[in-house]
Design a binder for this molecule. Sequence first.
Ligand code: SF4
Ligand code: MG
Length: 336
Amino acid sequence: AEKVLQIRSLTAGFLTEKGFVKATDRVTLELDRGQTLCVVGESGSGKSVTAMSVMRLIDYAGGFIEDGEVLFSGSDLVKKKQQEMLKIRGNRITMIFQDPMSALNPVFTVGDQIAEALRIHKRMSKQAAWQASVEMLRRVGIPDPDMRAKQYPHEMSGGMCQRVVIAMALACNPELLIADEPTTALDVTVQAQILDLLRQLKQEFGMSILLITHDMGVAAEVADRIAVMYAGAVVEEGTVKEIFEQPRHPYTIGLLKSIPGLEGERGGELYTIKGVIPPISQLPSGCRFHPRCPHVMEICKQREPALLASPTGHKAACWLDEPGLKGAAEAETAAS
Ligand code: SF4
Ligand code: MG
């Protein structure tokens, strides 16, 4: 399949008084055209920084990309000047965030805000852009779009505003939509409606989606593939079916057990993974998950497991998972 996005060994982070602090550590991810990849992780896992790096918005947040490549339709966005990114961002790649209000300008009507992107990127006339924005509002399921287009964001509900933001993000017909926790701020019913909408629009527009979430349930709803991030690194990646039915990394297994309704609910207490995610500046030796892992072995404390693919392309970074390798590594550790 054609790759719309290939992130290769991306290390990005922030300059602090203590020097460079990594937020992502050699992240490698691929997204096929027309597919949805969900990046799942707790806060502090580096998933948002990965998204911000693809958009090169990290440059504006006091951070930078230290190493790696972000190939978008084959060309490396890391090497692009911000001047060149202006033609890509908001046009060929668009992004939606958790809080729709932060993406909307309170002093312009929603119709004008959608039209603005079309005027900039597609050089449409004022009238054509207005008509196209009303049409976009209709396509994202907003009733009476002619009337709604003339309203201001504060005249709409949160769910309605997120639909407007989605309309704005899709108006230029992007190849890639990045959605960072797009439903987290919404109540459960509206959340389901927005996820449905994203699924439907992906088909209609033929776009690819990189969706960032802390919620495995959300990933189950919309993903083709899921990447699980922990403390800055991808620890497992596979199809939705592989991740849910044959999870290979103990962290993923812990995340799955902590979904309400899957395992924990009937037993009363919901499972939680003991301990907390370490700051990436203070990673433990060996496997970054080892202080919290219920299956930790001696080798886990000494050597970092590589992210290895099975014959089907299901990847995991865990010594437990690679018996052959584990034996070899133990022998090597013992010999040294
Ligand atoms: Fe647990 Fe070891 Fe696997 Fe890390 S490598 S997840 S510590 S079993
Ligand atoms: Mg985040």
